[in-house]
Ligand binder design. Structure first.
Ligand SMILES: [Mg+2]
Length: 147
């Protein structure tokens, strides 16, 4: 089966971390776009289609939680996986209540990350499929058919 790459936006203020993880994800067949701040993340989402955002919570300026709020407000179908530090489980819980798909504690195991990435991608695909079906039903109704 041909793997369809997940379009990942990787957001973290630590440049080395972003570069290293981008390479690994690309080797695993994903399409990765890097961003180094909350603002850059939101600007990128306006410009290119993204399936999943991997979002660092601790960033200078606009932090991860603030960025997450904006993502969910403006791009509700984009899934978000948060990267949290030790002792920030409360923040992770807060993020999930705001609509994040899941979280990973830094330093995250690559296998855990890819597993959560696939699960997030699956949820987005399924949600988009439900929307397509609902739209098709709506069209049939408007055309006067039975739906
Ligand atoms: Mg950080």
């Amino acid at each position: 089966m041909i793997k369809i790459p997940t379009r990942v936006l990787l957001v973290d203020d630590e440049k080395d971390f972003v570069e290293m993880l981008s390479l690994r994800l690309q080797d695993a067949g994903e399409k990765v776009t890097p961003a180094y701040s909350g603002k850059e993340c939101l600007d990128t989402l306006k410009q290119i289609p993204i399936d999943v955002v991997i979002l660092d919570i601790k960033m200078p300026g606009m932090d991860g939680i603030e960025t997450l709020r904006e993502i969910k407000k403006r791009f509700p179908l984009v899934e978000v996986i948060m990267l949290t530090g030790h002792g920030s489980t409360e923040t992770a819980v807060e993020g999930m209540k705001l609509g994040a798909f899941d979280y990973l504690m830094k330093p995250a195991e690559f296998d855990d990350l890819t597993a959560k990435l696939q699960a997030a991608r699956k949820r987005k695909d399924e949600q988009e499929e439900r929307i397509r079906k609902a739209e098709a039903t709506l069209l049939v109704r408007k055309a006067g058919g039975i739906a």
